[in-house]
Write a protein that binds this ligand. Sequence first.
Ligand code: DAH
Length: 376
Amino acid sequence: MLERIEELRNEARTAIDAAPDAAALEDIRVRYLGRKAELTAILRGIGELPPEQRGPVGKTGNQARVELEGLLGAAKEKLEAAELNARISGESIDVTLPGTPPVRLGHLHPLTRTRREIEDVFVGLGYKVMEGPEVEHDYYNFTALNHPPGHPARMLQDTFYVDPASLGADPELYGTDGAALELPPGPRDVLLRTHTSPMQVRSMEDATPPIFIIVPGRTYRRDSDATHTPMFNQIEGLAVGEDITLADLKGTLLTFARAIFGPDRELRLRPHYFPFTEPSVEVDVSCFRCSGTGVMTVGGSEERCNLCKGTGWLEILGSGMVDPNVFGFVREHGYDPERVQGFAFGMGIERIAMLKHGVPDLRMFFDDDVRMLEQF
Ligand code: DAH
């Protein structure tokens, strides 16, 4: 019996030494010290042994059990510590690795950016930014801008008209100050404004001269191709005082052109016609791609500049001196056509952004294809 206990003890010691992990140790514990283990049975059966064997077997058996319990405990601690160390080193974080890229933020739409850049230039020159209604009266969009009823210039703008049935029987006309308007005889049409110019008249109804405003906003025309969309954005400008001249117009627009297109730009004014300005001009800026030469050197050879089509100039806006007839419509608001004068201008925000960033098709701004928008 004592020999058997020694055998079991040696077997168990060897097994404990060789155990690869905590699970193996648990198996060993069950096998040698568990309820059904041989050693357990021996100890439990001591009472049935002859009296002279009980003392030595009980002593040896208990020593073996205590020793094995101790060995198992120690081995378990060692293995668990090793497993923990292995896990810690396996899971350790290399803090010198570059981090995961942060979730990308979006950015402003290129047209919003362009609008704000233009606004910044004019705010810097002392202009106020105003907005006006997109659903507008014929009166402000045409009549008061010197397009009398039946004037052919009305036909130049492919106007969207608002169905009168959707407006009630005879829509009252209200000014910007909310007061009902007594308008001269003429079309009572309501339309989607074809330009931001109606705010020239609305702003002058609201404030006496001098007045310096710009009006960004959406405008609408029945038009669709690579350079026209039914909805587009304009910025109107109006400067009125007693001694504002064409020279001020040119200086103002030159400052604008240089701020947006670069400090070396020059301006060219070409005679044109707009009903609400006299004289009227179209304004070109010297091409910033070819520095106004019309030619570009590509790989040693000279080529026609593809931005200005070899002309050296880019058309950017329409402008002119406010026609006295327009002041006639706001005479009683402090704009005596014999005393005040000033200039107005209007530009397409899309056009400025297209020129600036080389965007070939205006519709790309509205397709909302992020692959295009992300480039800005
Ligand atoms: N309203 C004109 C258009 O949409 C642009 C324009 C031309 C505005 C001359 C002006 C101006 O204020 O003076 O075509």
